[in-house]
Design a protein around this ligand. Sequence first.
Ligand SMILES: *Cc1c(COP(=O)(O)O)cnc(C)c1O
Length: 380
Amino acid sequence: MLLDQIHRPTVAEIDLDALAFNLRSVRSFVGDRVSYMAVVKANAYGHGAVECAKRLEADDADWFAVALPEEGIELRSSGIKKPILCLGSFWPGQEQALFDHDLTPVIFGLDAAVSLDRHAAGHRARKNVHIKIDTGMGRVGVPWQESNEFAKALASLSNLNVQGLMTHFAAADDLSQNDFTNLQIARFNRVVEEFSANGFTPEFIDLANSPAAVAHPESHGNMVRLGGVLYGLGGDVLPAGIDKPELRSVMSVSTQIALVKRVSAGETLGYGRTYTTTRESVIGTIPIGYHDGFRRSLSNVAGVIVNGMIAPVVGRISMDWTMIDLTDIPGAAIGDKVILIGSENGLSVRAEDLAGMAGTISYEITCGISSRVPRVFVPR
Ligand SMILES: *Cc1c(COP(=O)(O)O)cnc(C)c1O
């Protein structure tokens, strides 16, 4: 065995069957009239882009989306054949890579369009691009008020093919902001008409991210772009109280107890001495810390599962180590499995739960499980 394959017991297990289940589940909920783009940017939200894309390709995802061309190249190098959209467009100098690796960029600026058109001139086929319209997200995209002008400018770039027209919602997960979501849809529909008036009839018209795909059927267009729901992260990014597809968590994170000790009442634990034992206690130390993505803000707040019971995190989570209170878990011993994200014996700690405690969303929790934590894919 290579030395770098012998590692501490801290791992993130990625359940590829759950991933495939989630795609099927959303597909049967949303229907077969749309294409399915699997968003695998940011290393598939921390789950491992290559392995996830391979499984999703085998399970009939129609498209993949990444943020950066670099991420698209990684997928192509590992044999992914389905079309890949680069949501974050491309940077000057990356044009040739889009041709070399058959990547489709999102375009939201004229400079990028002109540059790509020039590069495309030497190629036989026109280069497919998807145009992103900003209908209210306020981040990237052609401002919807300027889309007519943009379409006219595009019309003179004969080496580009506008294959897709898209927008992105700011608050599709929040039903109290439905008026704004509907306004974004109305603005986008107008832009589609303007493009049509300028001679563009894109093959793909897409608006919906995970929450919109589930909660806003009127936003489906003919393709939905799914990230979070594929990874089973519906608990915090889907609106509460609506019908939704069944989802299964894909990532679980576990380690083993490295050390167990008895500590008298009145002792303090860890940096800053933020926890004081109130009784004679059994304290376990586990090899995971904030560098691994077990966030420091979970100190004295989160719990982990040991032998089918919850053990509270006590004291500050440090860079490489965390302490847990095993006093109420008789027999807990060195080497016992510790579940930080996952379920056992009817108990579960979801990424969504940790996110709630840490003041963030589940995406940031799974993205934050660092590369120091090996991903173990099942089934192998
Ligand atoms: C990340 C992203 C998505 C996926 O969003 P989810 O909420 O994870 O489904 C869709 N569209 C765009 C443009 C994105 O950047």
